[in-house]
Design a protein around this ligand. Structure first.
Ligand code: ZN
Length: 312
């Protein structure tokens, strides 16, 4: 090999070694940032989130009713912002559980606390289920879609096959199911050709996630786009800003112990309620907060829509 070729080869080898080292460092930082104790197998499944166990699985197809805006929409004069709380599972579906700790009950207890705080903050609250009921995903979505001006918050607790994962994560869906988007477009009076960007659910999810982590000091597992997660079909089917918050892992012994403490659940609930109220503040100053209508931006129609939304 000639001298220039040798130098070139040596430089290439050094670059390769440096790139490999950089990748390794990035990997270690990411691992220690989440669960410092991930197993080696988890290295190869990076990007997989620790989701609830298979018992959680509920599927909802695109074609499932996203509510029929015409005829089924409830018209009300109540000026208070409306929040629909959805305590996950219920009835014969316990959700995830360990020993005496059942997700179904934790979800309902937390939802009840959040409801009290939201009402104290000036909001009106409806529940998708009573304490002993377990409506289907389609029934929950259809109920929520009767109130297209509301906010929707589904409350869950997480479980996993190992004891390692812990922390809080909040799901939203972008895009939503096609029937849901069609209902939204109808609500905003948009033709199928007009552009419509809806980031309300993501904004609500960010507000809730940040607030719950601040209130509890729990590990922040971040926002997750649940549009491709079958068991999260619910948030895809709800036309108003909709999120699903996983308040902690029942499968993690330390977090399970915390979640069994009513004082800790009060903190979790405070976080959810403050996150929702913070979002409502943003909406109060801009009724179309999170919505972009590029084809209406310079039109007086946009002002009309804003006025109509504000009047709800
Ligand atoms: Zn659940």
């Amino acid at each position: 090999m000639s001298r220039p070729l040798q130098i070139f080869g040596s430089i290439c080898l050094q670059l390769l070694a440096f790139a490999g080292l950089a990748l390794f460092v990035v990997g270690v930082v990411r691992l220690s940032g989440e669960d410092g104790m991930r197993s080696p197998i988890a290295l190869f499944a990076w990007g997989e989130t620790a989701e609830e166990e298979p018992a959680e699985v509920v599927t909802a197809e695109d074609g499932e009713p996203a509510g029929r805006p015409e005829g089924m929409v409830v018209r009300e004069d109540d000026p208070r912002p409306l929040v629909i709380l959805d305590p996950g599972h219920g009835g014969s579906d316990p959700g995830t559980h360990r020993g005496p700790v059942f997700e179904r009950a934790l979800n309902f207890d937390t939802a009840r606390r959040v409801a009290r705080m939201l009402e104290e903050g000036g909001a009106r609250v409806l529940f998708t289920r009573e304490e002993d009921e377990g409506p289907t995903v389609g029934e929950r979505a259809a109920f929520a879609n009767r109130y297209p001006w509301a906010l929707f918050v589904s409350i869950h607790h997480n479980g996993f096959t190992t004891e390692v994962p812990r922390g809080v994560e909040t799901y939203f869906s972008d895009p939503k199911a096609s029937a849901t988007v069609a209902a939204q477009r109808k609500r905003f009076g948009l033709s199928s050709r007009e552009r419509f960007v809806d980031q309300r659910s993501e904004a609500l999810a960010a507000s809730v996630q940040e607030s719950v982590c601040a209130a509890t000091g729990a590990v922040d597992r971040g926002l997750k786009n649940g549009s491709r997660v079958a068991r999260l079909g619910l948030v895809r089917l709800v036309s108003c800003p909709a999120v699903l918050v996983e308040c902690g892992f029942i499968s993690n012994p330390a977090e399970r112990l915390k979640l069994q403490d009513p004082n800790y659940r009060e903190k979790v609930s405070r976080g959810i309620a403050d996150g929702v109220l913070g979002y409502l503040n943003s909406v109060e100053s801009d009724p179309l907060f999170g919505v972009t209508l590029p084809d209406r931006a310079t039109s007086s129609e946009l002002a009309d829509i804003r006025r109509a939304e504000a009047g709800q």
